[in-house]
Design a protein around this ligand. Structure first.
Ligand code: ADP
Ligand code: 5GP
Length: 236
C-alpha cells in the first residue's frame, strides 16, 4: 500500500521546524523529506540534516533532469523536493512529511490529490516578530529588514490557509505537537479501514477539531491581526 504524504506549510518563524523535530521522537514510520536548496547554511545547520545545500548550477541541473516533485523560489533562494524522497519512503512502507511553502504545496496537491495538508499559524504578528528576532539573535545577527520582509510574506502565505485540510496554531508548543501527532494518527486510522479503539477515538476527535472547516472561530483573531480579513466585515 502506498504511504501517506503529509505536507506542512507555515510562515517562516512560526515554529514549523521546532514542531517537526519534536514529532520525530513521537511518531514512528514517518520520514522527513530533506529538501534541496540554494540558500546558505544558517546557525547550527548541517549539510544533509536540515537541507542538501547546493549551488544554483546544481539546482538547475536537477531541474533539467526532472528530479524535483516540486520546487519554488522562496525569499530569493530555490528550494525543491526530490521525487526520490517519495519513492524511497513509500518503498520502505513509511509515510512522508514535507515541510514546504504554499507554492510547493499547491504543486504537490495537483500531483498527489490525497496528500494531507496542514497549515501552521503563529498566534499573532507580534509573537511571530518576537520569534523571528529571537531566532536571528540565537544565530548571531538580527536584521530588521529581513524580519519585516518575512512578516509581510507571512500575511500573503496566511491568505492561502483555505487550501489546507488542517490548521494548527502554534501558541503552546506541546499542544501544537500533540495536535500534529493526532492528525498523523487519525489519517492512518481512517485509511486502515479497521475499527477504532477508545484511544483512537480521542485522537480522531482532536484531529477533527483541527480541520480547517472546524477552525474558523479559533483563527478569526489571527486572520484579523494579520489583515487577512477585515474586522468590520468578519462574521461574528
Ligand atoms: P520555522 O521553522 O517555522 O521557521 P522555528 O521552528 O525555527 O520556525 O521557530 C522560530 C523560533 O520560535 C525559534 O526560536 C523557536 O525556538 C521558537 N518557537 C517555536 N515554537 C514556539 C512556541 N510554541 N513558543 C515559543 N517559542 C517558539
Ligand atoms: P528556511 O530557509 O527558513 O528553512 O525555509 C524557508 C521556506 O522554504 C519555508 O517556508 C519552508 O517551508 C520552505 N521550504 C523548505 N524546503 C522547501 C522545498 O523543498 N520546497 C518548497 N516549495 N519550499 C520549501
Amino acid at each position: 500500500m502506498a504511504g501517506i504524504l503529509f505536507i506542512i506549510s507555515a510562515p517562516s518563524g512560526s515554529g514549523k521546524s521546532t514542531i517537526v523535530n519534536q514529532l520525530r521522537s513521537l511518531v514512528e514510520n514517518l520520514e522527513f523529506s530533506v529538501s534541496w536548496t540554494t540558500r546558505g547554511l544558517r546557525g547550527s545547520e548541517q549539510e544533509s540534516r536540515e537541507y542538501h545545500f547546493i549551488s544554483r548550477e546544481e539546482f538547475q541541473r536537477m531541474l533539467d533532469a526532472d528530479e524535483f516533485l516540486e520546487h519554488a523560489d522562496v525569499f530569493g533562494n530555490w528550494y525543491g523536493t526530490a521525487r526520490r524522497s517519495l519513492t524511497e519512503a513509500f518503498s520502505k512502507g513509511k509515510d512522508l512529511l514535507l515541510d514546504i511553502d504554499v507554492q510547493g504545496a499547491a504543486q504537490v496537491r495537483s500531483k498527489v490529490p490525497d496528500a494531507v495538508t496542514i497549515f501552521l499559524m503563529p498566534p499573532s504578528p507580534e509573537i511571530l516578530a518576537t520569534r523571528l528576532r529571537n531566532r536571528s539573535r540565537a544565530e548571531g545577527a538580527v536584521q530588521e529588514q529581513v524580519i519585516s520582509r518575512r512578516l509581510s510574506k507571512a500575511r500573503q502565505e496566511i491568505e492561502n490557509y483555505r487550501e489546507y485540510g488542517y490548521i494548527l496554531v502554534n501558541d503552546i508548543l506541546d499542544r501544537a505537537v500533540e495536535e500534529m501527532a493526532a492528525i498523523v494518527a487519525s489519517e492512518r486510522i481512517a485509511r486502515s479501514g479497521g475499527p477504532a479503539s477508545q484511544e483512537d477515538e480521542e485522537l480522531l476527535k482532536m484531529a477533527e477539531q483541527c480541520r480547517q472547516r472546524n477552525s474558523e472561530d479559533r483563527i478569526q483573531p489571527i486572520l484579523q491581526a494579520f489583515g487577512v480579513i477585515n474586522p468590520e466585515t468578519a462574521p461574528r
